[in-house]
Structures are given as structure tokens and as C-alpha cells.
Design a protein around this ligand. Sequence first.
Ligand SMILES: Cc1cc2nc3c(=O)[nH]c(=O)nc-3n(C[C@H](O)[C@H](O)[C@H](O)COP(=O)(O)O)c2cc1C
Length: 464
Amino acid sequence: MAETTPEITSRRKLSGYELYRDVLGSPKYVVAPMVEQSELAWRKLSRRYGAQLIYSPMINAKMFVDSTNKTYRRANFDLISGEEGDPTIDRPLIVQFCANDPEQLLASAKVVEDHCDAVDLNLGCPQDIAKRGRYGSFLQDDWDLIYKLINILHTNLSIPVTAKFRVFPTVEKTVEYAKMLEQAGAQILTCHGRLREQRGQLTGLADWDKIRAVKQAVSVPVFANGNILYQSDIDACLKATGCDGVMSAEGQLYNPALFAGIEHPLDSPDYDSDEQILIRHPRHADLALEYLDVVMSLKTTTSVGGIKGHLFKIMRPGLLRELDLRDKLGKVKINPKKVKECLGAYRTVCEEMKARMERDEQAVKGTPLKDLITVEPITGIKVMPHWLAQPYFRPSPEQKEAYALANGLEEATEDSVATSPSKSKRPLEEPTEVGDDTKRARLVLEETNGARITESLQGNVIPA
Ligand SMILES: Cc1cc2nc3c(=O)[nH]c(=O)nc-3n(C[C@H](O)[C@H](O)[C@H](O)COP(=O)(O)O)c2cc1C
């Protein structure tokens, strides 16, 4: 490594913990970089609900460096509207890039360095597009290049550089890799505890043991990423990994209030009162409408496709039942030239959803919310009443198989597992029976990865 290492000659940079404490305010609750989803409007909404640090969506340095490509620049970091990175509304903020050319990365990062608190390098993207473009996790095997990418920012930017990466199959290699990133100059590391191969259907569980080993091996702050669905997971993750903060992507997208009221102790007597549950799991149609209000309040344009993606995720539990609204939302034509019309159509769907969810809530008026919570028997995940925001757990192929077996189906979709056990609109207070088929299905799971899932996510499961 030494012969390829450019010498560090820059002015003194903030060290990891100076950045973490003095600039970022010691954030424990972090929203992940998400293409088309951690945009300014989402960041504004998320901060209202307890997010302490947010990453921008990944920006492709190769495209962003081209100052003549005004459309790409404006869509990815809108300096003209002046709101992105504005200290009064959009901090703390870390802007993320993907790159495979150090000079391009530096030139791109220079454009945003006065508008954010640090620049992050994406070393985790496992998608085919990243394979084709040779970035993200597909750089994992070229440590010299990664070193150069990080080090050029460390040496030449006025703000610190950070890095987000996936784990390797062994703890030893993962730790060695993390140390190399630190040596190159990364001042915060985010460790996503999944392998490059763990994506889509194979997403599975993140490995907190590897994240813990990374935290123990480096002296810069570390954020743990993966497996955060409920607030109880946050506490469990911080304890299990010893990390400085947790980062959530999907959990927070489906429930933007994931971090809301988090200082309220888990063991307090009123933890499961209606009031506390509603702080952690607000009514999703209200959240969707609030998000649209934020979008409307900004000068910065939000991608209409991105907005639709958010609405599908926030209102998912309702849309799985109100199929006509799902169709209606799906059919809204995404036309960037007709933003107002799109927003109007989105709002109509959200308002109708709100009315229907109020109707359903009214039907069980008087029943404490905690008595309406069920447990999905295959995944062991807690299912909130369908009018409340809640996480979505992507079932593994084995879990889908087990679900199909338990329900006499030829095959099960992700939606069918997600809506169980309340998909048939039977009264939610009805206790969930665990029948023989389900028991058999559980055995199938235990032979595969089910036992680990139940164990690892036990914080999510209400004791039977
Ligand atoms: C919609 C979406 C977009 C994502 N975009 C990015 C991205 O731009 N940069 C990145 O490093 N990771 C990206 N990711 C990965 C997440 O940041 C995160 O590492 C991954 O989803 C695991 O966290 P989770 O288990 O909390 O979902 C994205 C994930 C999702 C769901």
C-alpha cells in the first residue's frame, strides 16, 4: 500500500471524534443515503421526527463533475435554489458520492464542500448499475484505488471524508478493510453488516458481530447499518455493536418516525400506551400528507417519481388493503413538467386513504392500540394496526416458502407475508392462532435461517 499512498500535506483536518462531536452534535440516529429517497424534502420531514444526521442520496461523481450537465447537477444537489445544505434547514448533512476516479471525485466534492459537513464515499452499492459503472461494492477488491479515492479528499478538501461499506465473508478481512479505510483518511465509517451478495430477495440479516469487530478495531466513530426496524432494535444494536450511532434506510423509509420519542425509556410503564405508540408509529396517511406539504413548501424541486416511491412506502399497510387506491397511485403519470398536477393527484389518494383509515380506526374505538398489535408467525415481526406507519421486513425465499406451506398456497409473495395475519380484514383483536401448519413451517425455517431471525429480532417480538 505504501508506494501508492499520496503524502498527506493538507492543513489540519478535523479528527473523527471532533467531526462527530463538535460539528455533527454526537448523532446516534442517522438516516442513510438513499437514491431518490433521502432528498431534501425527506430530510426535512425526518429531522422533525428525531433524525440527527442525514446523508444525501448518492451522487455519481463522473456525471456531477461535468459542469455543462446542468440538469444532473440541479437534480442531485440544487445549489441554485440554495436550500440544500443551508445551515438553517439542512444540517447536519453528509453528501455521498460514488466514483472510481480520484480526480473526478475531488472535483465533484469541491462543488459541495461549502454546503455540507463531510463528504462520504459509497463503497456499498451492490446493484447491477454499480457493477457496470464499477463503483460501490464493486471496488471492494481494489484497495489501492479505494485508498486513493479517500485520501485525495482527505488531503484536499476543507471538510472531512467518511466512507460507507459492506462487510466481507470473514471478520478478519472486514477488519483489515476498515483499518485501511481509516488509514486512508476516513473520519467516520458506516459498516453495513451485509455482504455484497445480500441484496433483493437475498437481503437477509446484517451481521452485527462483524460490525462490532470493526468498531473495536478502529479509533474513528462507527455507525452500524442493517436490521433496524423498531426502536427496540436501535438499543439492541448499539449494545451489541458498541457503535456510536445506528443508520437506517428501509426501516426509516417505511416509518419516518422511527427515531421519534426515542429518549423515552423502553422499560417505562407507559411505553405501550396509545400516546407513546402513536409517537413511534404515527398514522401513515397523516405522514404522507405532511410529506407532501414539505415538498410544496420548498423552492427545490423534488423528483415526482421519488415522491411516488415515498408514498408507496409510507402508506404500504393501507395500500395492501385498499387496492383501488394502490392502483390509482400507481397510475399517476410521472411527468416532471407537470409537477403540480402530479402533486394534486397524489394528495387526492392520500386524503382518501386518510378517510378510509379513520373509518377503520373508528370501528375499533376504545380498544387500546397495544391489544391490536399482532405478530406475523413466520417472520416473528410485530404487525401494527394497518393505519399506523410501520416497518416492512423483506421475507427471505425460505420464509416465503414456509408461509406458502402454512397457508396451503403454491407460492407466496412478499405482500402476502407482509399482510399476514390481518390480510383478511378479520377483527385485529382476534388472537393469532399458531396452527400445526405454521409449526411445521417454523421447523422448515429453523432448519434454514429462521431460528436466527427470531433470535436476532427478538426485540421486535411481543412475548406470546
Ligand atoms: C431506496 C434505497 C436507496 C438506497 N440508496 C443508497 C445510496 O444512495 N447510497 C448508499 O450508500 N446506500 C444506499 N442504499 C442502501 C442503504 O443506505 C443501506 O445501506 C441498506 O438499505 C441497509 O440498511 P437497512 O437495513 O436499514 O435498509 C439504499 C437503500 C434503499 C432502500
